[in-house]
Unconditional design. Sequence first.
Length: 196
Amino acid sequence: MGRIKTENNSSRKDVIIKSAAHLFREKGYKAASMRELAEVVGVEAASLYNHIRSKSELLHLICFDVANRYTVMMDEVEAEKNSSLQKIEKLLRFLIGGMINNFEEVYVSDREWKYLAEPYLSNFQAQRRAYRKRFANIIEDGIKKKEIKKIDATTAVLIMLHAISGIESWHRSKQKINGKELEENMITILVGGLKK
């Protein structure tokens, strides 16, 4: 056992967080142990605590990093003067890209958040609800402007987010199209289905 190996501009803490996301996705947050994480990172378990306080802190960092990225993109999209369909497409491309390129962190944030400790659990749930509401508002605005067919916006958001969450099965596929083709296919289906 030795020092945590870092690459490029990543810190030792970044390496631990990325390794934790991999372990939490593979085994589930509850089943993963700090000893296993230390093995993956290549240090003694006690050395991890020089960089992080606890396993729960790692889950908190992973979940809120993803949630905050989603919020920043939503802020950006809402501020733009684009049509509702353009805004939705930009959000969807961002979310699809996250599931393709940052799969483990996004997966953990999407599936393991229920193990967050309070007050983080309540904060995270509130952030998720607010995000979905803001997404639905963009759809409702598009319906008012007659850019989008008359549908239930809340249901549309749930369907789109669940479709993106389903990219997990693409990662497990033995034969699959490339990430760009997957993105284009999903945009055709998800945005195309909204058009009036």
